[in-house]
Write a protein of this length. Structure first.
Length: 161
């Protein structure tokens, strides 16, 4: 090989190695925030249940992202928080929720939670207070301010024993 050809080949090899190092993600991986995010979602569920007990609608509605889908049994799917805001908390309403699992995506922007609940609420047909138990599931998305908001909320009612 001629000296000029050796220099060009050496430069090409050096450039290739530099590009490979740069493309290889020399930056440190982002910190895993999933444990903190799981705690934030568990805390949000607790705060929301506490808000319902106090009939604090403003705090209760912070559970939801702005365009959340409410996929509730026997009702059409609704988006946003207009429906809960309009309906409010009926007299005698009470709810207890236990969170069985929270999972956060590796990307850190989505998560879900599910568990069981016990509720006292007006029966849709008779309007008399009735107790029910069942399961709930919510999909959460990290919001631009770093908080979590429910983007899909659903539950089911267990049949009577």
């Amino acid at each position: 090989m001629q000296p000029l050809a050796k220099i060009v080949a050496s430069m090409a090899l050096t450039a290739s190695l530099a590009m490979a190092a740069g493309c290889g993600g020399g930056a440190a991986p982002a910190a895993d925030t999933r444990p903190a995010d799981e705690k934030a979602i568990r805390d949000l569920v607790t705060q929301t249940v506490d808000a319902a007990a106090k009939r604090d609608m403003d705090t209760y509605l912070r559970f939801y992202a702005p365009n959340a889908a409410l996929v509730l049994p026997g009702l059409p799917i609704t988006y946003g928080v207009a429906s809960p805001k309009k309906n409010g908390f009926p007299e005698g309403y009470a709810i207890k929720m236990d969170t069985a699992k929270v999972e956060i995506a590796r990307s850190g922007d989505l998560g879900y939670a599910f568990g069981t609940y016990e509720q006292t609420a007006p029966d849709p047909k008779t309007h008399a207070l009735a107790d029910s138990v069942g399961k709930w599931m919510v999909v959460f998305q990290k919001q631009p301010d770093g908080s979590w908001g429910a983007i899909a909320d659903t539950y089911n009612v267990d049949p009577p024993p």
